[in-house]
Ligand binder design. Structure first.
Ligand code: NAD
Length: 268
């Protein structure tokens, strides 16, 4: 068992839930934050079992007051925070010609401003704790880290999800800028850029063989990813195992970004 405490946003299901499960499985304590109270509370209860190693906090990451409350609840429950996975995200369909301002703003508010607000709150707490230390020589003894759940869409673009694509492009630069600002404190900031992962966000593809074939033709490993395969990267980026990595994005994408063409599918 470790005494470390991690916040995972968007942890009620999908990739966030897999991250929370992985971290609790690794012996850490986890705060599951989500707008979906029913699923989030159930997930935290399942994970905690008889222990108090997982709690749920209702949070809309786009709302500064809600994020303030998330930090307050975390500190009140565990009195420390060692890292965060900024995973909460939505994808609203719409291209540049037809997207409404409201949809554009909401997509950016959740994916980008939300990750910024949570990172800022967590980083302020970490910096305060570090500045209060008498001896800062052992900065890497407590490996503070921030992990942003970005997407391959920080590199490539889906034009009919223009706001989503923009949000992930912004996340790439947020990761870089914050990694430099926080480096003197030993706080590392990295991102994960998944390809196509089997969650509800990919529901329209999962339930449509033609759409799935399109995805697989662009996926050298020939299958969508599993949320656990993203959680393992997040666990690595939060741990000492990645102690010299900061400002980077790791792409668990089944080879998508390496491919400059389409693949023939079996039987074609
Ligand atoms: P999902 O839809 O299965 O889960 C998203 C979770 O975020 C839900 O529990 C939802 O309630 C929560 N959420 C949404 N808005 C929120 C808000 N304002 N505040 C707090 N919680 C909120 O999605 P997923 O596939 O697990 O995606 C998780 C992250 O991974 C997202 O940032 C997404 O962009 C990224 N991602 C997913 C894929 C994929 O193929 N599934 C690929 C690349 C990146």
């Amino acid at each position: 068992m470790s005494d470390r405490v991690y916040i995972v946003t968007g942890a009620a299901k999908g990739i966030g839930l897999a991250c929370a499960q992985r971290l609790v499985g690794d012996g850490h304590r986890v705060v599951l934050a989500d707008m979906d109270v029913k699923s989030g509370a159930e997930a935290a209860k399942d994970l905690a079992g008889e222990t108090e190693r997982a709690i749920f906090v209702e949070c809309d990451v786009a709302d500064p007051l809600s994020v303030h409350n998330l930090m307050a609840e975390t500190i009140s429950a565990f009195d420390r925070v060692d890292g965060v996975i900024n995973n909460a995200g939505i994808a609203i369909k719409g291209g540049a010609l037809d997207m409404s301002i409201e949809d554009f703003d909401r997509n950016l508010a959740v994916n980008l401003r939300g990750a910024f607000l949570v990172s800022q709150a967590v980083a302020r707490h970490m910096v305060k704790e570090i500045e209060g230390r008498d001896d800062r020589s052992g900065l890497t003894d407590r490996p503070y880290a921030i992990v942003n759940m970005s997407s391959i869409n920080e590199q490539v673009a889906i034009p009919d999800y223009v706001a989503y694509t923009i949000s992930k492009g912004g996340m790439r630069q947020m990761t870089r800028a914050m990694s430099i600002e926080l480096a003197p404190y030993g706080i590392r900031v990295n991102a994960i850029g998944p390809g196509s992962i089997k969650t509800d966000m990919l529901a329209s593809v999962n339930s449509n063989p033609e759409a799935m074939n399109k995805v697989l033709k662009r996926t050298p490993l020939g299958r969508p990813g599993h949320p656990d395969e993203i959680a393992s990267v997040a666990a690595f980026l939060l741990s000492e195992e990645s102690s010299y990595i900061t400002g980077q994005t790791i792409y668990p994408d089944g080879g998508r970004l390496a491919l400059n063409y389409t693949m023939a599918l079996e039987g074609e």
